[in-house]
Design a protein around this ligand. Structure first.
Ligand code: MSP
Length: 682
């Protein structure tokens, strides 16, 4: 197939021989976090897998032997309890969920080579093995685990996690529990881990995360509790089967257990080149995992790549409790897989949090995918059809559209883990190609060499574009190839030399969209209640307003953020009655300066007949939870006025806060207020 002068062509694309900063073995092993299957997969899960998939595909594209692992973290109390609630075995529970995760990842074209599930025998075998190696090294001992247990969370907290000695989520008093547990001597490895991080600047990406971890490592490290005897859905310790491994030794060892069986490829692929994870589990991957590997005498992974979080359009965490979740499946059904992949990879700067906004996605669909790329493919296909009868002979590289710099940039950004810049590099080449066509105006040229040369240059440019697009938009890249008569192969094939391409008109890659049907919780004919955003908060600080006799100036913790709120409660309540109290806050009220102090929200209350005030009580709900009314959904408006709020009558009925006769509630239960029937909430 190759008919070219090797030296000349390699000079054309020298990048194809540059395997970048990948491992000395010349292989590339990339992993993602293994997800908890206690629920269905969400946007954050999807985002992480697509980011990792880009790096896996980009490395395969340049000919590096690549292995890509994803999977599920299936053990633990939460899963055991969820299975019990459903009346099935934990194994049946995770089997069912695993199918959903795999379906989503398959639809997203996540090109994993292996999918590990921690309930598999191959994982049990290795997790037990690494535990035994750590133990043989003298790093495991039996002791007592003490924690402050919150019955509502069904979870124990450490002292430092408590807020004012109460549960950080519910504000309840906690009970001290004491359980037998095995411990890992994590403290022993503090200096070794710190020195590794110091001497390997590439170990943690991005650098800010590295500094965070180094500063935490300047404090003493407590040993780590690694077993539980209070539930049994886990891997029993080989030397004490009354205990199962607790969370991290079990979960982290997946990265190696998947290399050991069914085929042992450990030698070829360990150490991993890149563990892709979210920022909430960085400590486990950059401190606990290295300490375990030191103890068990394994080499350390080369890099932990920490991506940011996928937030909603207003920058809040997506969560069921908050009601702002965008389901990846809805987006896939409305657009296509490639559109979501492109949006993930282009919009969210590597390593930073990103806001998911459908409006933004729509806009990029039209301008970047349909106008820049889709139209370009259609234009060249039509021109070759109409002017050259559908066949074109090219020299092997795009004469006027030199692509070496683009290729180099693209792969340099793969190596520096700045995938959004790889995408940008490709798009600037796409725009250059569009500009070239506009400039040369081949439709005005008469048949002949000039016309042939322009179209050949664009066709060769399209080969470059399709190949570089493949890790981002695999289906689109294949469709471009199908229309323009080539296949997507290793990037090396760009050097294949002169060839003839048969061009067919394909369907538009990104068809014009009719009226969008997917609206994320933003019902058109909305119920007036849906404009309100009411959330659970806790009053953390109360001061008398220095310039207003009736006002308290307070700090209210909403779980995801703290707000300054002023309220005219001084005539009715004392500061100590308010401090620590859980309240319901109107959080989308337009912020105002009240005599020099910001007030961003309103605390809900009712006036009683005796002139006293009763605060609305959210019960046991978590901080930040939203108050909803059954059957009413919609995205709250931004910055509403006091008058907007007053248009939505909230009334007390049988000590419950109601709207249109229906109770307001959170995930945890109804919202109440000790006031007589008919009292209006203000
Ligand atoms: N099971 C553990 C990981 C063990 S790895 C040895 C776990 N599972 S998880 O399902 O909670 O999260 C899986 C991955 O998704 C983590 O890397 C986590 O950071 C990531 N994300 C969870 N929510 C996210 C967003 N909203 N945005 C982006 N990624 C987020 O942790």
């Amino acid at each position: 197939m190759k008919s070219f002068e090797a030296d000349q062509i390699h000079a054309e694309y020298p990048i194809v021989h540059n395997v970048g900063m990948n491992s000395a073995q010349g292989t590339f092993y990339i992993t993602t976090a293994i997800d908890y299957p206690n629920n269905v997969p969400h946007m954050g899960h999807a985002y992480e897998k697509v980011v990792a998939d880009f790096y896996a595909r980009a490395n395969r594209l340049r000919g590096v032997r690549t292995r890509f692992l994803i999977g599920l973290d299936e053990h633990g109390q939460k899963i055991q309890e969820a299975a019990q609630r459903d009346g099935i075995s934990p194994q049946a529970f995770v089997d069912e969920k695993a199918a959903k995760f795999r379906d989503l990842y398959d639809r997203l074209e996540v090109s994993y080579d292996d999918f590990i599930r921690t309930s598999e025998p191959r994982h049990h075998a290795f997790a037990t093995d690494i535990y035994s190696r750590i133990r043989a090294n003298g790093d495991i001992y039996k002791g007592f685990y003490e924690g402050d247990y919150c019955v509502s969370c069904e979870k124990a907290y450490t002292k430092s996690e408590l807020v004012g000695s109460k549960c950080p989520v519910h504000g309840n008093p906690t009970t001290v529990i004491r359980e037998e547990s095995y411990f890992f001597r994590l403290g022993k490895y503090r200096d070794a881990v710190r020195s590794h991080i110091e001497t390997h600047p590439e170990f943690i990406y991005p650098a800010e995360r590295r500094n965070e971890i180094l500063s935490r490592l300047s404090e003493d490290l407590l040993d780590l509790s690694i077993s539980r005897s209070t539930f049994m859905w886990g891997i029993p310790l080989p030397d004490d089967p009354t205990h199962v491994l607790y969370v991290w030794i079990d979960a982290l060892s997946n990265y190696i257990s998947a290399l050991k069986q069914p085929t042992d490829v450990f030698e070829a692929f360990w150490p991993a080149d890149c563990h892709v994870i979210g920022k909430d589990i960085i400590w486990f991957h950059t401190v606990i995992w290295p300490a375990m590997l030191f103890s068990a005498n394994y080499a350390l992974p080369r890099q932990v790549y920490v991506h940011g979080f996928m937030l909603d359009k207003d920058g809040r965490k997506m969560s069921k409790h908050v009601g702002n979740v965008v389901d990846p499946l809805d987006v896939l059904n409305e657009f296509s897989v490639d559109v979501l992949r492109y949006y993930f990879l282009r919009t969210f700067s590597s390593g930073l949090d990103g806001k998911f906004a459908l409006e933004d996605l729509e806009e990029r669909y039209q301008s970047e995918l349909a106008d820049d790329l889709g139209n370009l493919v259609m234009r060249i296909a039509k021109l070759v059809q109409s002017r050259l009868g559908g066949t074109i002979r090219t020299s092997g590289h795009p004469a006027d559209l030199a692509a070496q710099a683009t290729l180099r940039e693209y792969f340099d950004f793969v190596d520096t883990r700045e995938h959004h810049r790889s995408v940008e590099a490709l798009w600037s080449y796409i725009r250059k190609t569009n500009a070239y066509l506009n400039d040369k105006q081949p439709w005005k040229l008469s048949d002949g060499e000039a016309l042939q040369n322009v179209l050949a240059a664009v066709l060769e440019a399209m080969r470059v574009i399709a190949h570089l697009a493949f890790p981002i938009l695999p289906a689109t890249a294949r469709a471009i190839g199908a229309s323009l008569g080539f296949e997507i192969g290793p990037i090396e094939t760009l050097n294949n030399g002169p060839a003839t391409y048969k061009v067919a008109l394909g369907k538009p890659l990104f068809p014009r969209r009719e009226k969008p049907t997917l609206t994320v919780a933003s019902g058109e004919s909305r119920d007036p209640f849906s404009i309100l955003e009411l959330r659970v908060g806790r009053i953390e600080e109360v001061r008398e307003h220095p310039n207003a006799d009736t006002l308290f100036a307070m700090t209210v913790d909403l779980g995801f953020e703290k707000r300054s709120i002023c309220a005219g409660l001084r005539a009715h309540l004392k500061a100590e009655d308010l401090l620590g109290t859980r309240v319901v806050v109107l959080t989308n009220l337009r912020p105002a300066q009240l005599r020099g102090i910001e007030s961003a929200g309103m605390i809900l209350a009712t006036d009683k007949e005796d002139g006293t005030v009763a605060l609305v009580d959210p019960g046991n709900a978590r901080l930040g939870d939203v108050a909803t009314v059954e059957g009413i959904s919609g995205t709250p408006k931004m910055n509403i006025s006091k008058r907007d709020f007053e248009q939505v009558p909230l009334e007390i009925q049988a000590t419950k806060v109601t709207y249109a006769g229906k109770p307001l509630r959170t995930e945890t239960g109804p919202i109440s207020c000790e006031a007589p029937d008919g009292a209006r909430v203000r």
